[in-house]
Write a protein that binds this ligand. Sequence first.
Ligand SMILES: Nc1ncnc2c1ncn2[C@@H]1O[C@H](COP(=O)(O)OP(=O)(O)OP(=O)(O)O)[C@@H](O)[C@H]1O
Ligand SMILES: [Mg+2]
Length: 300
Amino acid sequence: MQVETILHVEKLSKRFGKIRAVNQLSFEVGRGQVFGILGPNGSGKTTTLSMLLDLIPPDDGTFSWFGQPPSKDSRKRIGSVIESPNFFPYLDAVTNLKIVADIKDKPYDDIDEVLQLSGLYERRFSKFRTFSFGMRQRLALASALLGKPEVMILDEPTNGLDPQGIAQIRDLISLVASRGTTILLASHLLDEVQKICSYVVVLRKGVMLFSGNVREVLAVSDSIEMASSDMPVLAAAIAEFPGFLASTAINGILQVHFDRPVVTSEINTFLYIKGIVLSHLSEKKRSLEQHFLELLQDTP
Ligand SMILES: Nc1ncnc2c1ncn2[C@@H]1O[C@H](COP(=O)(O)OP(=O)(O)OP(=O)(O)O)[C@@H](O)[C@H]1O
Ligand SMILES: [Mg+2]
């Protein structure tokens, strides 16, 4: 089934004086995807999201939401948390959300629901100033969820949170995604993208280094090491294994790459049937982190 393209970005560029914050960036986001923009500090993530939300104008390039040029109407279908949350300190959560709803021209109907979703329902009549940092983040997410947006844009959603706060926000994002909301998330944390996102673009100094399916990146970057008494026979046999990509012999060990996740027991059985007994067999997981660091190193 063809996935509907929700966001199409074409050669988007932005300079700040001499700095090319975003340089010819192109990618597409499909409906229902959890899409990550991954890159180190200063790589252009916030600048990209700000352009996509019409907060700053691009110098060059275009983007379209829902197959149409950006407009107030399309903007209303998108919820976002870009800057640190700003609410009225002496008003409670419900009143703050009513004010947001008024500003966004949304009804009050789903205030209770977004408070429940974000786990703040019990504290809905507490003043914002009494909220912990994590609760403030969750109220920001709750306010972005008002009016049931089709897309959520989140910039570093777990910044500054403790492990428990991080887990809560990630669960909330997964829950929102499971209801069909498309999510575009910027993060400098690989782990975060790995855990939440299905697709990723990797940015470095405003330039896209890589884009693709997070799982494919992981699968391709895995390899399995093996050895037997007759290495040439082993190399020939494993080349017939479904999903085989390439092998390299290093110090009497054959390192084999596959285009899909492969478990060692599959390999063992496959080779055993061919009469090959292995003296060594182990998985070499290359994390997205290693892959990411390599990508960053490869580029001048
Ligand atoms: N308003 C601005 N004026 C001048 N330079 C800016 C401005 N906004 C961003 N930049 C520069 O553009 C580049 C990209 O910044 P951006 O904030 O988009 O990065 P980021 O990937 O979001 O980083 P971080 O992970 O630190 O949030 C940086 O070099 C930054 O200094
Ligand atoms: Mg940023």
